[in-house]
Design a protein around this ligand. Structure first.
Ligand code: ZN
Length: 275
């Protein structure tokens, strides 16, 4: 099992990420992707990756970097300088990243949408320049994300993480080369619309599904109020199994293959570029 979206570098895990990794290993995970949220976390992401490389085989850590809308500043100059640092980071270390993200648009934060879009579009253009797929964050913003994808002509694909939405929206992302991140939402009885969409995707596009926890956020049903953790990823897999079509073992194999198709083609491309 691969957790394609886990914020192991955030303060919620600061004291015990090593033991979180070992619990995840015992729970059967083989790989975790840590998306970026802000420039200052980059060194923590790298430190966790180095630790995993040396100490916790067979689990591997992939990393991405980007400016998450939640962590943007209300001071314009801060965001401008974060973008230039990100640009420098990419020029020096893009070979260490499997994607650019987590980036996106959030309808619930104070920063005006117009400014969010500008920052999002700069990052989409950077991802194009480095041929990196993107990890997308959405909240009441699917239509605006499509506007930006169109405006920038972004064509590297990626994942729309913690997907919730209709079949039509999911199909539109798939047509643009995106994968659909399936997380704890489907463990809840109330998530009718999203579950209906996932049932459709299991039937028609199983090759576009990825598993994720979004730890420390998005706890599974029955664990509300507690810190989410990659060791619970199996609960997402089980919930997916209950939606029909495949047993959990097959779903594990399919989603693992999907992960490598999306993110490790990037590593391959980057190593070619470097050589
Ligand atoms: Zn996230």
């Amino acid at each position: 099992m691969i957790d394609s979206h886990c914020h192991l570098d955030l303060p919620a895990f600061q004291g015990d990420w090593q033991s979180v990794i070992s619990h995840a290993t015992s729970a059967g995970l083989t790989r975790i992707l840590i998306p970026g949220t802000q420039v200052s976390q980059w060194s923590t992401q790298l430190a966790i990756q180095s630790y995993a490389n040396q100490n916790t085989k067979p689990i591997s850590i992939d990393i991405a970097c980007g400016l998450h809308p939640y962590f943007l500043s209300t001071h314009e100059t801060d965001n401008d300088s974060a973008l230039s640092i990100l640009e420098r980071l990419l020029s020096q270390s893009s070979a260490r990243m499997v994607a650019l993200g987590e980036i996106g648009l959030d309808g619930h934060i104070a920063l005006p949408m117009l400014r969010q879009k500008e920052i999002f579009e700069v990052q989409l253009r950077l991802a194009s320049e480095y041929a990196l797929p993107v990890i997308l964050h959405h909240r009441k913003s699917h239509h605006l994300i499509f506007e930006s994808l169109k405006k920038t002509g972004f064509a590297e694909g990626g994942v729309i993480h913690a997907f919730s939405g209709s079949i039509e929206v999911a199909k539109a992302y798939i047509e643009k080369g995106f994968y659909i991140g399936v997380g704890g939402t489907i463990t809840y009885d109330r998530a009718k619309k999203t579950k209906e969409t996932i049932v459709y995707l299991l039937k028609h596009h199983p090759d576009r599904l990825l598993l994720e926890t979004d730890s420390p956020d998005m706890p599974m049903q029955g664990r509300q109020g507690a810190r989410n953790s990659p060791e619970y990823l199996g609960e997402v897999l089980e919930a997916l199994g209950k939606l029909g079509e495949y047993d959990t073992q097959t779903l594990d194999a399919i989603t693992t293959q999907n992960y490598f198709t999306l993110f490790h083609n990037t590593l391959f491309r980057n190593s070619q570029k470097k050589a």
